[in-house]
Design a protein around this ligand. Structure first.
Ligand SMILES: CC(C)(COP(=O)(O)OP(=O)(O)OC[C@H]1O[C@@H](n2cnc3c(N)ncnc32)[C@H](O)[C@@H]1OP(=O)(O)O)[C@@H](O)C(=O)NCCC(=O)NCCS
Length: 226
C-alpha cells in the first residue's frame, strides 16, 4: 500500500514538476519576446538618429520608418467597394465619438454619390495607401470656391479634406501622414493655399495628428438638437 502511495504521490509530483517546467518555459518565452521587442525598439530609436537611414525605407517622416507603402490616386466610382468599406469603418469609429452618427448602410448610397460628384465636379482627389499591396487607408478631399459669403482675406480655392481612415493594423506607421502629405502637395501645386477640415472635438488622435501637421483650430461648432 505504502509503495502504491509513494508511487501515486510520485506521479502527482511529476505532474506538478511538469506543470512547473511548462510554466517556466512559458515565462521564458514571454521574457524573450519582451527582450526582442525591447531590443528592436532600441535599434529603431538608434536608427532614427543615423543620417541617411530613411533611404532604406519606402517613406519616412520625422524619422519614422515605413515600409512598402504605395499611395495611388483612384477614382471612387472605379474603387467603390474598397472606399465604401473604409467609409463603413470610419463611420463606425465616428459613432464611438458621436452617437448621432448615422449607420453607414442608411447613408452609403447618397454619401458615395456625393463623393463621386465632388470628385468629378470639384477637382476631388481620392488617395489609397497600399501596404504590401493591401489597401491600408484612404483620404479624400475636393476644392471649394469662395462665394459672396466670404468673410476672410483668402480669396482662392480651398481644399476641403472630407474623409480619411487607416485600418487598425496599419496605424502609427505614417500611413495617414503619407496620404495627407500627398493630398496637400497635389493641391498646393494647383495653387491652393488654404486647407480646411472638421474633426470631432473628442477625436484626440486626429487632433494631435493635425496639430503636428501644422493645422490650428479656428472655430468650434456648437449644436443643439431640439
Ligand atoms: C487618425 C488616423 C487616420 C491616423 O492614422 P495613422 O496612419 O495611424 O497616422 P500616422 O501613423 O500617420 O500618425 C501621424 C501622427 O498622428 C498622431 N497619432 C497617430 N496615432 C496616434 C495615437 N494612437 N495616439 C496619439 N497620436 C497619434 C501622432 O502625432 C502621429 O505621429 P507619431 O506616430 O510619430 O507619434 C487613424 O488612427 C484612424 O483611421 N483613426 C480612425 C478614423 C479617424 O479618426 N479618421 C479621421 C476622422 S476626422
Amino acid at each position: 500500500m505504502s509503495n502504491l502511495g509513494v508511487l501515486t504521490i510520485g506521479g502527482e509530483g511529476s505532474k506538478v514538476f511538469s506543470f512547473f517546467r511548462t510554466f517556466l518555459a512559458f515565462l521564458a518565452g514571454i521574457i524573450s519576446i519582451a527582450w526582442v521587442q525591447c531590443l528592436s525598439n532600441i535599434v529603431y530609436l538608434l536608427a532614427k538618429k543615423v543620417e541617411g537611414f530613411s533611404k532604406f525605407c519606402t517613406h519616412d517622416y520625422s524619422g519614422t520608418m515605413v515600409k512598402n507603402i504605395e499611395v495611388k490616386s483612384v477614382l471612387i466610382s472605379e474603387h467603390y467597394q474598397v472606399i465604401s468599406e473604409f467609409m463603413l469603418e470610419l463611420h463606425k469609429h465616428e459613432h464611438t465619438l458621436f452617437d448621432k452618427t448615422a449607420d453607414w448602410k442608411d447613408i452609403e448610397h447618397n454619401y458615395m454619390r456625393h463623393a463621386i460628384t465632388m470628385q468629378d465636379e470639384h477637382e476631388g482627389v481620392c488617395l489609397v495607401a497600399y501596404v504590401d499591396g493591401v489597401p491600408a487607408g484612404f483620404i479624400f478631399g475636393y476644392t471649394e470656391d469662395q462665394d459672396d459669403s466670404r468673410i476672410e482675406i483668402y480669396e482662392g480655392k480651398e481644399l476641403y479634406v472630407s474623409d480619411g481612415y487607416v485600418a487598425k493594423a496599419y496605424r502609427r506607421q505614417g500611413v495617414y501622414h503619407s496620404l495627407n502629405k500627398q493630398l496637400e502637395d497635389t493641391y498646393i501645386q494647383k495653387g491652393v493655399n488654404r486647407i480646411t477640415r472638421f474633426t470631432h472635438i473628442n477625436n484626440i488622435r486626429m487632433r494631435q495628428l493635425l496639430e503636428s501637421e501644422g493645422y490650428v483650430v479656428t472655430r468650434l461648432l456648437y449644436e443643439k438638437w431640439v
